[in-house]
Design a protein around this ligand. Structure first.
Ligand code: ADP
Ligand code: MG
Length: 695
């Protein structure tokens, strides 16, 4: 098997190895310069690359190619073009030019743009991201691309991400220069841990709510939940194990380093984590992983649910964004062994602390979606407040730095900088705080707020840019100093003192923390419409404009897109509930009442004086809750219609949150009680126990 894995790995990818083997050496060199230094690729070189890439792709069975991109909503998009080109003599050749490789023009007028692209100027173009390898999937050569309008505005999630990676690289290089190190480039790395649920396809098909919205809009709590904690890291069941094996193989073919897989906390919940990679590549891979999970599950009679909260009362799914900054040979968030390495580490650490504190509101927008609203702030996941966990050891160091007192940690070594030498951190799990939304885990930060369905580009774009900003400030304040080390230590001290309020090592799920966070002045925006306002904040627009990541127009357009998207999702959920209640649940309840009433009447007719107590109790209760369902459905319809008619996108999103969601909750509450009263055979929706415990 080991040999096969090695053969499989990357076999569907036009990777470094294929490039070196197949491209003429001068072409290979030019392409490498483009990949490594961002030099533009000239058309002649592109022509050679395209022709070699095409030949390789055809060997892999490809007949079409596509520019694979990431629009503002949804995950990825692709439009397939055939290589085939008919010739005048009735034959055909396979064509793919350099121009087609580097630039595409999808007719993309129906992608959301938040008003960036007038319908009259519907065209946008896609441009190859040569730092992410092309690959073959379903007989299509996929070229990872960025998507822009003709006036250059970003219409996708990858463009700003690439810009932010450039920004942090530029600023980190300047900081390292002050430390006497000259490196050409610094990269941010990401290792996304993907959580998901698997349910049986036959159950899925009976649940219109999951089919249309990805989550259950009805369903009473199962008699057994996750309280026994037997599922977490438990034995993986055969059907799931088969799925995971096939998934691993398909991912390996695509050069995706899928590494760990295990059962998660909730029944039917699982996780996959790859080995980390450069941010844009890691995100491309994560999106492909999500797609492969869905496809492969179907082959095993399963459906993969990637919604953040498929089941009420059961743990939701997140996507932990493990993040660090590295040069070719150094992880900049790894505390070092020497005083200088430590000082450098403290500078990068302080920059992250300051960035997260100053731009917490903006970072919050990157994880705000209608689905994730069910996780954040709910009682099982990171709260909507962003705080940083650093662990006891590092906290002691920070204490020492902030108060000028000697460091009293486990390892004591006095050093000249007024900061004691940090010991190497033990990366063991005893020092883990699983309730922190932004946790330092030894040599990286783990941002735990993103939801399982998220494209991680937004979170990383904001994180990279905010950290770039703080690194820039550091360079400006210390580069002219007579004594750099002193100036650097002073900046670290000041920065940590100013931004300590964002550091919190306690239980992030407790109510006490919510109150404490409020005292500290940390933002706590609990729902998407409240969170998104940060996209319009002048401070945040200034940040993005300063580093050329997003313009004001692009930021405002994103606000529009997100608010509109929020309303659309809740609208679909509300209308799906109405359909299910009116066409499935109320009829099921009334049919069952008919049966019970007939039974009671038959019993009474057959045996004089017989008790019909049980039937009467069921009829009374069920009749009551069926009336409630009916009333709640009428109210939901009325309020949804009213809110839909609002013109202003912002007012509309807020009204969906404030008025439609509570109406949905009322309908659900009545239906969930009714479910408990109705014979299983009559209830049309597979119940929670069936969905969670039968795979
Ligand atoms: P957990 O206990 O949270 O599951 P793991 O040690 O399994 O943590 O790591 C989770 C993820 O962090 C993996 O995807 C791993 O590759 C990634 N990771 C490790 N080091 C780095 C780094 N320097 N930068 C980014 N991600 C990293
Ligand atoms: Mg984790």
């Amino acid at each position: 098997m080991a040999a096969t894995v090695m053969e499989l790995y990357g076999s569907k990818v036009f990777n470094e190895h294929e490039m070196r083997e197949r491209l003429p050496s001068s072409t290979y060199k030019s392409l490498k310069a483009t990949i490594e230094k961002g030099q533009p690729l000239d058309l002649e070189v592109a022509n050679v690359v395209a022709s070699v890439m095409k030949r390789w792709a055809i060997e892999q069975g490809a007949t079409h190619y596509t520019h694979w991109f990431q629009p503002l909503t949804g995950i990825t998009s692709e439009k397939h073009d055939g290589f085939v080109s008919p010739q005048p003599d009735g034959t055909a050749i396979m064509e793919f030019s350099g121009k087609e490789l580097i630039k595409g023009e999808p007719d993309a007028s129906s992608f959301p743009s938040g008003g960036l692209r007038a319908t009259a100027e519907a065209r946008g173009y896609t441009a190859w991201d040569p730092t992410s390898y092309a690959f073959v999937k379903d007989d299509v050569l996929c070229i990872p691309t960025a998507f822009c309008s003709y006036t250059g505005e970003a219409l996708d999630k990858k463009t700003p991400l690439l810009r932010s990676m450039q920004a942090i690289s530029d600023q980190a290089c300047k900081v390292l220069h002050l430390f006497g190190k000259d490196v050409p480039r610094v990269a941010t790395t990401v290792g996304p841990e993907q959580e998901y649920f698997l349910i049986r396809k036959e159950d899925y098909e009976k649940r219109l709510d999951i089919v249309l919205t990805g989550r259950t809009l009805f369903g009473s709590a199962p008699s057994k939940g996750q309280e026994l904690e037997e599922h977490y890291f438990g034995t993986i069941r055969p059907i799931v194990s088969d799925f995971m094996k096939e998934l691993d193989e398909e991912l390996w073919k695509l050069g995706i380093p899928a590494k760990t897989k295990h059962n998660e906390v909730a029944p039917a919940q699982h996780e996959l984590a790859p080995i980390y990679d450069t941010t844009n590549v890691a995100i491309d891979h994560n999106l492909l992983t999500m797609e492969m999970m869905k496809k492969i599950a179907l082959k095993h009679g399963l459906v993969c649910l990637q919604h953040e909260k498929p089941f009420e009362g059961v743990n939701g799914s997140g996507k932990h964004n493990n993040w660090s900054i590295s040069t070719a040979d150094e992880n900049l968030l790894d505390p070092g062994d020497t005083p200088m390495e430590n000082l450098q580490f403290m500078v990068f650490l302080s920059a992250v602390v300051k960035a997260v504190d100053e731009y917490a509101d903006l970072l919050r927008t990157s994880v705000a979606t209608p689905g994730n609203d069910h996780r954040l702030g709910a009682n099982e996941a990171p709260p909507a407040i962003i705080s940083i966990f650093v662990g006891e050891e590092l906290e002691a160091v920070i204490d020492a730095v902030c108060t000028d007192s000697p460091y009293a940690g486990p390892v004591k070594m006095k050093m000249d900088l007024g900061v004691d030498v940090l010991p190497k951190f033990s990366k063991d799990t005893t020092d883990r705080n699983r309730t922190s939304p932004f946790a330092f885990t030894g040599n990286k930060f783990e941002f735990r707020m993103p939801g399982s369905a998220e494209n991680l580009s937004d979170a990383n774009t904001i994180l990279n840019t905010a950290v770039a900003k703080e690194l820039k400030e550091f360079t400006e304040e210390t580069s002219g100093a007579a004594d750099f080390e002193c100036a650097a230590a002073a900046w670290v001290k000041k920065t940590l003192n100013d931004h300590r309020r964002v550091i919190f090592n306690g239980n992030g799920y407790s109510e006490a923390w919510e109150a404490e966070a409020e005292r500290r002045g940390l933002p706590n925006r609990k729902c998407t419409p409240d969170a998104m306002i940060a996209l319009k904040d002048p401070k945040n627009i200034a940040l993005m404009e300063e580093f050329g990541v997003l313009t004001k127009t692009e930021m405002l357009s994103r606000y529009e897109v997100e608010m509109e998207h929020y309303s659309k999702i809740i609208n679909i959920e509300a209308r799906t509930m109405l359909k299910i209640a009116n066409k499935q649940l109320i009829p099921a309840a009334t049919s069952y009442m008919g049966e019970v009433a007939n039974t009671a009447a038959a019993k009474a007719a057959a045996v004089e004086g017989i008790s019909t107590k049980a039937e009467t109790k069921v009829l009374q209760a069920l009749s009551h809750y069926t009336d409630e369902m009916s009333d709640a459905a009428d109210e939901l319809k009325e309020v949804t219609d009213k809110v839909c008619a609002l013109e202003d996108e912002s007012a509309k999103a807020h009204a969906f949150h404030d008025e439609v969601l509570p109406a949905m909750a009322r309908l659900r509450a009545a239906a969930d009680v009714a479910e408990e009263l109705v014979d299983e055979e009559y209830w049309p929706l597979p119940c929670y126990s069936r969905m969670l415990f039968y795979t």
